[in-house]
Design a binder for this molecule. Structure first.
Ligand SMILES: *Cc1c(COP(=O)(O)O)cnc(C)c1O
Length: 393
């Protein structure tokens, strides 16, 4: 499975690795793009004498290329791909045992919160949900039985930034594993393994796929033992991706750097414009000087990403009117695609959170989240201006 002819990936810049890492022209046909190996099984030359692959749940060459590509981009030695981000996150949870304790953020992705509280809770795993921008809170939540510290940064939808190195240090002092969900930043902007994390998790559905046409997940680590355990659960549980999905993500990662540059540029422009808008009471974007963890973000990230939220100075209904009346922004959940999306967390992505709890966490009725796409920023600005005007008048 090792590509003897592949260049020494680490010698190349991120942009070059995004296109080439894990991939080389098909040795049989010369096809420049990694083929979609649509096969469930592989011939054996004698019982047990296979050529690296036996069965496609366990391994598939298209998936191998994607896994090597993602590992290179995160600066880790080992990558594993899954059929969804949740499949990847679940695999980290498979490493735990009954009686173990997990420290995590009070604003983790909704699906992660559901997996923790409604699935792993019944297996006697305990959770502490804390404000992870507050290191004292993380430290005081640690217990002797804490085995995992699960961080996400920037968070959704308030774009809080967690200091990965500091949190990893706290985890390691307590002999716990530190996992970081790097979906929002992508490895182009932030590589948590460089900041002490043991394992990085991704929803490939978002920026890495990048075109809103595939669901997938991944885990990357630099630790061989950890990777072996991950591979065991990947194969045993079976939330593995099909080769067509792997091909789509591989196609996506090739343009990740250029896409992210434009996502960041457009988001920075919109954040500044919204920040000056009289009908907007607050803008949540790590790139703004006013962001509470702007310094951590500037240190930890190469740029500030394509996600931002803002609070319309209006009612729940007015905010709903705004998100329903844009023409360029599409009203939809999810994020990270080439097209701009807009949503209102209170009645949509965060509807399951009770109103009092929601408001206490800053998820107000007027809060609007946007995934800034690659369209003309003038069109995006004009679209928001029209929708804000229409909603409030
Ligand atoms: C979407 C998302 C997930 C879940 O990934 P799926 O591919 O939808 O299963 C996990 N974490 C974050 C931060 C996400 O945005």
């Amino acid at each position: 499975m090792d590509d003897q002819d592949a260049p020494d990936d680490e010698a190349f810049a991120f942009e070059t690795q995004a296109i080439h890492a894990g991939q080389e022209p098909d040795p049989r046909t010369g096809a420049v793009m990694t083929p979609i190996y649509a096969t469930s099984t592989y011939v054996q030359d004698g019982p047990g004498d296979h050529r690296g692959y036996e069965y496609s749940r366990t391994g598939n060459p298209t998936r191998t290329a994607l896994e090597a590509n993602l590992a290179a981009l995160e600066g880790g030695a080992y990558g594993r791909a899954f059929s969804s981000g949740m499949g990847a996150i679940n695999t980290v949870m498979n490493l735990l045992e009954a009686g173990d304790h997990v420290v995590t953020g009070d604003d983790v992705y909704g699906g992660t919160h559901r997996l923790f509280t409604q699935v792993y809770d019944q297996y006697d795993v305990e959770f502490s949900f804390v404000d992870m921008t507050d290191l004292d809170a993380v430290e005081s939540a640690m217990r002797p039985e804490t085995e995992l510290v699960w961080a996400e940064t920037p968070t959704n939808p308030l774009m809080q930034v967690v200091d990965v190195q500091a949190v990893a240090d706290v985890a390691h002092e307590g002999d716990a594993l530190c996992a970081v969900d790097n979906t929002f930043a992508t490895p182009y902007l932030q590589r948590p393994l460089e900041h002490g994390a043991d394992v990085v998790s991704h929803s490939l559905t978002k920026y890495l796929g990048g075109h809103s046409d595939v669901v997938g997940g991944a885990l990357v680590t630099d630790d061989e033992d950890l990777d072996e355990r991950i591979a065991f659960y990947q194969n045993s549980v079976g939330a593995t991706p099909d080769p067509f999905g792997c091909f789509l993500v591989l196609r996506g990662t090739k343009t990740l750097p250029v896409r992210m540059d434009r996502h960041c540029e457009n988001a920075r422009d919109l954040a500044a414009w919204l920040d000056d808008h009289p009908d907007v009471s607050e803008v949540f974007y790590p790139g703004l000087d006013s962001h509470p963890q702007h310094d951590v973000a500037a240190r930890q990230m190469d740029d500030f990403g394509g996600m931002l939220s803002f609070e319309l100075d209006g009612t729940l209904e007015e905010a709903s009117e705004l998100v329903s009346s844009t023409e360029v922004f599409t009203l939809a959940e999810s994020l990270g695609g080439v097209e701009s999306l807009i949503e209102q967390p209170a009645p949509m992505t965060h509807a399951a959170v009770p109103k009092a709890e929601r408001e206490a966490a800053g998820l107000t009725d007027g809060l609007i989240r946007v995934s800034v796409g690659l369209e003309s920023v003038e069109d995006l600005r004009a679209d928001l201006e029209r929708a804000i005007d229409g909603a409030l008048n």
